[in-house]
Design a protein around this ligand. Structure first.
Ligand SMILES: [Zn+2]
Length: 118
């Protein structure tokens, strides 16, 4: 009987410890205009993650990241969404989705993670 490798070698997502460390670096080195909450869970099968602005109880950015992805995809998704938050202003004005402001923010986010050697 063949061993079921899908069960024994389940792909691990970004570990909670690494996620916490990455978030603490981002919060210090690349702080967006509002606090950022990060949730991991089941979201639409179409997307890896998304980001939005929440009002309750206080204004914040919310990043949602899908579970069941490998570590690299999870990290890439976090950095991508963090760059959205970083490019938004406190007045909540949404800007062009992947325009120049986002590109600059993404480069900045990437740089601070590379510098920390995470
Ligand atoms: Zn995006």
């Amino acid at each position: 009987m063949q061993k079921d490798r899908t069960k024994t070698k389940k792909e691990e997502g970004l570990s909670a410890k690494k996620l916490r460390k990455t978030l603490s670096v981002l919060r210090v080195s690349c702080p967006p205009a509002l606090p950022v909450k990060v949730r991991r869970g089941k979201i639409s099968s179409e997307i890896y993650g998304d980001s939005s602005i929440g009002e309750k109880p206080t204004a914040h950015f919310l990043i949602r990241i899908a579970t069941g992805m490998d570590e690299n995809t999870t990290l890439e998704t976090l950095l991508h969404e963090w760059a959205h938050c970083l490019s938004w202003t406190a007045s909540h004005q949404r800007i062009k989705e992947h325009g120049p402001e986002w590109g600059i923010a993404y480069a900045r986010v990437y740089r601070c993670i590379v510098d920390e050697e995470l």
